[in-house]
Ligand binder design. Structure first.
Ligand code: ADP
Length: 675
């Protein structure tokens, strides 16, 4: 007796035939079997629900062939079980929130203690199209059920149905076997046929594949006629359902001559599956040819040895392949960019010492790109005292399979010295034996020189400061001893000596302070308008007083500039002091003022020893000093650097022209119009 709680008709029109078919399977009221239990368990795992049932819908009850999560229940009333609804619909039946379903408001499972909220049931459809039961999952809380989950549940229901079909075939076989051995072979064949039917009764299968996101098609006969093609594969082909029944080669003429056609024919003949990864296909989308990439399987379906159908299963991976290609291209560009920059790379064959190097690598050692440059040449170029150390580092890296890093100077064949920063690592052959080294080098001469100058500077600075401090100390000690006799003539001398030392020291300390201020960007300009010639006339009185040098002012006496007068004065004093210091025999020092465009140019010219041309570009660098092996000039190599910073801050330019044996002209320019 059915207690219909659904408020609607739950008996399908073909119910009496359906019940006959259900009987045919002889499964009602049979004990549980592992194959069905396993599928139900799997469902609870996959969908994370507490309950899963394999249920078969009888005239007035629903029998649970498998029951996970519903205790000992083996059946339910057809009028109460939601599975009765699921067999009304060949598609999957889903209630995401049972409380919102009008047909369930009176259902005791929903409103009663059990508290059912979620139900999804996929019908078990026989090969001849009857809905005999469901594979369902149940939860006590509402949830969403995605299209993909529906597809999976439907697929699992197909397996349950396969199992039911196989089960009955096997049962029949056993019975027949028992009745007569003679019939055995015939029965076996029947079993095979029924299995084939199982596959061929494509309806269920096709329903399942239609909406799969995986592209699936079935091709029939040696002409590869399209028997079935799901939406995903039609999308790849840019075709619609009208292609069904046509040979593949006609539908996709662009495939002629592409390897895919040969693969398909091979599978058809041999029956062996073919797999492909990121295979490229050229498709015609409208007028436009488009390259796409697919991962695919071509598989034969049907009895062994006789292929009647081919199944294509494919996933389009064009986007992934294109994305990867884009990344590869970026990497390639990056490598090129790296090559083009200062880094040179090489690979050394350790057995032969032959090196495969980039042009930049060879250039770092002073070799042209077409010149031979091998491992021995590299160590030859290295300054001798560095060779053993670098070799040691390389050996250590080989022993530890690690990266070595080294910095060393090399002597080019033209005699010039360059600093190389190198790193590299060993490479091993297939037996794990080291056979190569790969390495990268960069020319770091500039930064190395700067560092060296800084180091030199520190030692010079301490030395320079020490000399006047020592002499000042000596003078003060002596003064201390004779302080009781203030009239002593030595008194005056010592005071003069102490003053000179003080003077030297304060110049050095000023320079240091100035540099610090520059580095911290604290140089503030206090600008006024003044006449350049007036400033020149007043500056360097200490030089004029000595009466040894003549400062000759030439050029435009009226030119005015808007600038920081003290700072500009400092620059001129520096130029003149340098002339006195480095060109002591140049008695005449010429100060020239001229207008060049919108700038005033001031130059200080001596007729001293001059400066070698290769030194000129470095003169205004921080810490730069020309080393004088014999003479002893005090200085920190900061003066011209400070000058250039002051001029740059004024928007002007600074420079020098010099010729050895003739003399030097240091100059700067300052814009006139700035007020
Ligand atoms: P320093 O404090 O050592 O004098 P500078 O920056 O003022 O440093 O000068 C840098 C170098 O420029 C000096 O070491 C010197 O070799 C060179 N130099 C500067 N002026 C002259 C000049 N008039 N004649 C020759 N050499 C000069």
């Amino acid at each position: 007796m059915i207690e219909n709680t659904f408020g609607m008709n739950i008996i399908p029109e073909n119910d009496s035939e359906r019940l006959i078919v259900l009987k045919r399977y002889r499964i009602m009221d049979t004990p549980s079997e592992a194959s069905f239990d396993n599928i139900a368990k799997l469902c609870t795992k996959i969908f994370n629900t507490p309950i899963s049932l394999v249920s078969l819908v009888d005239a007035d009850r629903v029998f649970f062939k498998a029951n996970v999560g519903m205790g000992k229940a083996v059946e339910a009333n057809r009028g109460k079980s939601l599975c009765a609804l699921a067999v009304l619909n060949p598609e999957i039946t889903v209630f995401e929130d049972a409380l919102k379903e009008p047909c369930l408001i009176a259902n005791p499972n929903v409103v009663g203690n059990f508290g059912l909220r979620f139900y999804a049931g996929a019908p078990l459809i026989t090969h001849d199209g009857f809905l005999i039961g469901t594979l369902c999952i149940i939860d006590q809380k509402p949830r969403e059920f995605t299209a993909l989950e529906k597809e999976i549940l439907a697929g699992m229901a197909t397996s349950v149905m396969d199992q039911i079909e196989l089960r009955i075939s096997a049962l029949e076989e056993i019975e027949n076997h028992q009745s007569t051995n003679l019939l055995l072979s015939e029965q076996k064949e029947e079993l095979v046929t029924s299995n084939e039917h199982l596959f061929e009764s494509g309806l269920r299968f096709r329903n399942l594949i239609k909406e799969s996101p995986t592209a699936i098609a079935i091709l029939k006969g040696p002409e590869l006629i399209i028997d079935n093609a799901n939406d995903a594969i039609l999308k790849i082909w840019a075709k619609d359902q009208s292609v069904i029944g046509q040979p593949l080669s006609m539908v996709l003429p662009t495939l002629q001559g592409q390897p895919i056609m040969d693969f398909l024919k091979d599978v058809y003949i041999s029956g062996k599956p073919v797999y492909g990864n990121e295979a490229k296909l050229t498709m015609l989308h409208g007028e436009e040819k488009k390259d796409i990439y697919v991962n695919f399987t071509y598989q034969s379906i049907g009895a062994a040895g006789e292929t009647r159908e081919l199944m294509i299963v494919a996933n389009e991976v064009t986007e992934q392949v294109n994305a990867r290609k884009a990344v590869e291209e970026i990497n390639q560009r990056l490598e090129i960019a790296l090559d083009a920059s200062k880094l040179g790379s090489t690979e050394v064959d350790l057995a032969t010492g032959i090196m495969q190097s980039t042009a930049q690598f060879k250039a770092n050692y002073g070799y042209g790109k077409d010149e031979t440059f091998n491992y021995p040449d590299l160590f030859n170029a290295m300054l001798p005292e560095y060779r053993d150390r670098v070799k040691g580092l390389v050996q250590e890296a080989i022993a530890k399979d690690s990266i070595y890093k080294a910095e060393y100077p090399v002597k080019w064949r033209d005699g010039s010295i360059h600093w190389i920063s190198a790193h590299g690592r060993p490479r091993y052959d297939e037996h794990g034996k080291v056979n190569r080294m790969v390495g990268m080098t960069a020319d770091v001469t500039e930064s190395k020189l700067f560092e060296q100058r800084k180091d030199d500077f520190l030692s010079i600075a301490s030395h320079e400061l020490k000399t006047p401090v020592t002499s000042l100390k000596a003078s003060l000690q002596l003064l201390d001893r004779i302080k009781e006799k203030p009239t002593s003539p030595i008194h005056v001398k010592l005071i003069e000596q102490a003053n000179r030392s003080m003077e030297k020291m304060s110049v050095l300390v000023d320079d240091l302070l100035n540099v610090n201020r520059m580095a911290e960007g604290q140089l503030k300009l206090i600008k006024t308008t003044f006449t350049v010639a007036d400033m020149l006339k007043l500056c360097c009185n200490h030089v004029r007083f000595e009466n040894k040098y003549q400062l000759i002012i030439e050029g435009d006496q009226d030119l005015q500039i808007y600038a920081d007068e003290n700072r500009i004065d400092q620059v001129v004093v520096n130029f003149i002091n340098n002339a006195v210091k480095y060109a002591p025999d140049s008695k005449d020092i010429y100060l020239n003022i001229e207008r060049v465009g919108n700038y005033v140019k001031v130059s200080v010219k001596d007729t001293g020893p001059g400066i070698e041309s290769h030194i000129l570009p470095n003169l205004f660098d921080r810490y730069y000093r020309v080393s004088y092996e014999s003479e002893n000039y005090t200085g920190l190599g900061l003066g011209l650097y400070i000058c250039s910073e002051i001029i740059k801050r004024h928007g002007g330019d600074i420079g020098v022209e010099s010729e050895v044996g003739i003399g030097s002209t240091f100059w700067f320019t300052i814009p006139i119009n700035e007020t």
